[in-house]
Design a protein around this ligand. Sequence first.
Ligand SMILES: Cc1cc2nc3c(=O)[nH]c(=O)nc-3n(C[C@H](O)[C@H](O)[C@H](O)COP(=O)(O)OP(=O)(O)OC[C@H]3O[C@@H](n4cnc5c(N)ncnc54)[C@H](O)[C@@H]3O)c2cc1C
Length: 404
Amino acid sequence: MSHPFIIVGASQAGLQVAESLRGEGFDGPITLIGEEAHPPYQRPPLSKALLTGETTEDRLILRGPELLAKRNIELLTGARAVAIDRQASSVRLSDGRSLPYRGLALTTGGRARALPIPGADLDGVVTLRTIEDSRRIAAGIAKASAVAVVGGGFIGLEIAAAARKAGKPVVVLEALERLLARSSAPFVSDFFLDLHRSHGVDVRLATQVTAFAGDGHVRGVVTGDGKTHPADLVVVGVGIVANSELAQDCGLACERGIVVDDCSRTSDPAIVAAGDCTARRIADGTLLRLESVQNAIEQGKSAAAALLGRARPFTAAPWFWSDQFDVRLQMAGLSAGHDRIVVRGAPQERRLSVFYFRGERLIAVDSVNRAPDHIAARRLLDAGKSPTFAQAADEGFALAGLLK
Ligand SMILES: Cc1cc2nc3c(=O)[nH]c(=O)nc-3n(C[C@H](O)[C@H](O)[C@H](O)COP(=O)(O)OP(=O)(O)OC[C@H]3O[C@@H](n4cnc5c(N)ncnc54)[C@H](O)[C@@H]3O)c2cc1C
């Protein structure tokens, strides 16, 4: 019997590789190896509906073992890959087994970045990446007298919103001058600052966290200005580190992640990689690191095709979403490098879209509670079409009309 395609990492990207291999017509053996105890599940609700109790863990499962078995995809849960032998084309697991592969996909994702400061190991100082983390945070919120969130990015703000919904005092401590600084324009940062403050979140900008205070259990967060913010639950949301050690140790090119091209190919023709563990080299030579469901899915499709020797480049505009209080933010494109923004809609009604232009070219759109703008924006960006500044600002102008 021929060796299987092996996929290391049984989550959004890994599942996609497996199912796309079937979609591409491959009917041989596929083995999906995952360190977690669960079958593949979605992470976005971990900081949203699961935290607020609006959904349950079982509803997060993307594909159960029976469905995978039906598609003849072997799922190994609780199995950790510890080394890759490229010469022998095999993967070693932590239990000592060595599994030969005909082709290998690395979809190992990322892990929450820790803050290496005093007190980081106190009970009650946590990060969020897995179902277990979310469970721990939900329980922590329920019994907390005060919650501190370190980091004003998407995950931090979503957790802050969930804790406020539960009626707890919440402080958000952000080192930079504004929220969401890495992904959005100041206009959008200001909108979210106002949103959180209006719901009673104490947001502190330009505030460095220097230590966690406590004795066994955390009691507060110490900041550079010498203050201690009382908290018995502290969630650190300061980004992720790509799980690229397996790749690095076997000599694959890595730089902030496993380096892949538009077709998810690594520097070894027998190995592809997809999702949060990757950094994609795009046409202008820059490395793009995206952490999103869309990226995991699209790169997963490309990776499956590449394993079969087919080139299926991922070139669609990136998109992402975030839910905070009664606001859904949807982002399309990449706003870095914009030189002008145009706003459509009404910030006071919490319904608006921000159009980012470089010159006269539309490069990104952030929409707040305006889903039709987001859908149109993705299509415009993929088609390389731009509204004029005046059309972008005009609520009465149908963006979709530009696509005809
Ligand atoms: C709280 C939270 C909220 C989010 N919200 C959004 C959102 O609103 N919108 C959005 O688009 N994206 C969101 N994301 C990001 C999105 O979930 C990720 O981009 C996506 O999960 C990436 O999928 P992945 O398969 O690449 O990696 P992961 O989901 O990280 O999965 C990697 C898997 O590989 C396993 N693994 C790692 N190393 C090994 C090994 N050596 N052996 C075996 N298994 C291994 C890990 O245990 C893990 O199960 C959110 C993420 C989090 C954590």
